[in-house]
Design a protein around this ligand. Structure first.
Ligand code: ADP
Ligand code: MG
Length: 443
């Protein structure tokens, strides 16, 4: 049976060196793994006195290291390579193709990132990390709501590192990819390849790490990946929609690891920053957008930069088909000001209902059926039926892929309860008022 891969073996030796410096010896670099059978990893040393030293002092440190690196319960034994019984089996060679998983977006660079009070700290830290990966802040953790520039900053760091040191091994992946690769590796018995993939990076960037929530085995594996990289001073960068302690059921040891570097928050941008972002994006699209239009859009869309950008794209499309080009009337049409009344969107409903009932959007869109979630979810459906033009199917699609009968049922149920229960009636009215009457320009 094959022993461990070269990279896992390197991990084991580094682990011992780091955690047991007093026991480590220079000749450890000449040790090599020989066989792995019945839960025992046999390691070859150069001569009998080394074997004797290892057996007396290092059996446990190497076992702990082997367990950390492989995630398996292993014991370790030593033998001399001069031993005639030694099998001579070699470490299997690794046949990895260099996979290029970097899907870096050329627009997501520091030059295109508008800095304001909401993101100054996160931006400065990201620049510092890109200038000294593994040394400035490690790990570097950015959190903030959706559409506030987390992915942009993460990618900007990667692109800056590559600009200075093109040979850097950068692994930029979503948390989903990490967990999928992990499950695939478990299924195919290819954990060594998996570990080589991730523990060999100079910079490991995982976007939306909150998706590790409730995935115990992936968390366990990520913990070891994290330790291996961190101990060898390689940079780890993570993003999430909330700070580490708020990621649901994230193991305490991971929370403390994530908190051990720099944790920064991306806040919602203020009006000036939103205006600067629109100007920047307009320039990138070679669009001439009058200041009054910039102000109108920035005033109307205050929660999410991605939506600001979407509005600009719609404006460009619309302007191409009308005589006035990009003017106030076109902008009003784009942001949904309709005779002084706003059109309401489902994301707005989800956001407001989420805030009111202290739920995350993922809960409202998810599968959980506890009463604390189902009632607010039904309220979302009810509001969507009353305040948007969406079909039953579309509303169900937004709310976790539920079918049209579920939406119809929710609408009826909440309507009926609202007539019977004055508190619910008031609550619904308040939600409607907030959604409809938030003046589009004045926010
Ligand atoms: P997140 O990952 O936080 O959901 P993204 O990084 O995908 O958000 O950002 C959404 C969009 O907003 C992207 O197109 C990004 O370029 C843009 N964006 C976010 N923040 C800024 C900023 N400060 N300056 C310029 N563009 C920004
Ligand atoms: Mg993102």
């Amino acid at each position: 049976m094959a022993a461990v891969t070269a990279s896992t073996w390197r991990d084991i030796v580094s682990y011992v060196r780091l955690n047991y410096p007093d026991l480590s010896r220079g000749w450890f670099s000449q040790l090599s793994p020989r066989t792995l059978a019945s839960g025992t990893l046999t390691v070859a040393a150069g001569n009998a006195s080394q074997v004797s030293y290892l057996r007396r002092h290092c059996q446990r440190p190497f076992a702990v290291a082997a367990q950390a690196a492989t995630g398996r319960l292993l014991t370790v034994d030593f033998e001399s390579s001069a031993d005639p019984q030694a099998s001579g089996e070699r470490i299997p060679s690794l046949s990895f193709e260099e996979e290029n998983e970097l899907a870096l977006n050329g627009d997501y660079v520091f030059d295109n990132f508008v800095v304001g009070p909401c993101n100054r700290l996160a931006h400065a830290a990201a620049v510092a990390v890109s200038e000294a990966p593994g040394r400035a802040y490690n790990p570097f953790f950015i959190h903030g709501s959706v559409g506030l520039g987390k992915t942009h900053l993460l990618q900007a760091v990667c692109q800056q590192v590559l600009e200075v040191a093109p040979a850097s091994r950068i692994k930029f992946i979503s948390c989903e990819t990490f967990t999928n690769h992990f499950l695939e590796a478990v299924e195919k018995g290819a954990m060594n390849q998996f570990r080589y993939r991730y523990r060999n990076a100079d910079v490991l960037v995982i976007d939306d790490i909150q998706f590790l929530a409730e995935r115990e085995r992936s968390q366990e594996e990520f913990f070891h990946t994290f330790n291996t990289l961190h101990q060898s001073h390689r940079q780890i960068i993570l993003s999430a929609d909330c700070p580490p302690p708020e990621i649901p059921s994230l193991e305490e040891r991971l929370v403390s690891r994530f908190n051990s570097g720099l944790v920064t928050l991306l806040e919602r941008p203020c009006l000036e920053t939103r205006m600067a972002i629109i100007r920047k994006k307009a320039k990138m699209r070679c669009l001439d957008v009058p200041e009054e239009v910039v102000r109108l859009i920035a005033g109307a869309i205050d929660s999410n930069i991605r939506e600001l950008q979407g509005a600009l794209a719609k404006l460009e499309l619309l302007a191409a088909t009308r005589a006035g080009g990009i003017d106030l009337a076109a902008a009003e049409q784009v942001i949904g000001v309709d005779n002084g009344r706003r059109r309401v969107s489902i994301p707005e409903i989800l956001e407001l209902v989420g805030q009111r009932y202290n739920l995350r959007q993922a809960d409202l869109q998810g599968k959980r059926r506890t009463k604390s979630v189902t009632r607010p979810r039904q309220i979302c459906m009810y509001l969507a039926r009353h305040l948007t033009d969406m079909s039953l199917g579309e509303i169900g699609g937004y709310l976790g892929g539920r079918d049209h009968t579920t939406v119809l049922h929710a609408e009826r149920l909440i309507g009926e309860r609202g007539t019977e229960d004055p508190a619910l009636r008031r609550e619904l009215q308040e939600l409607k008022d907030q959604l409809l009457n938030r003046p589009a320009h004045a926010r």
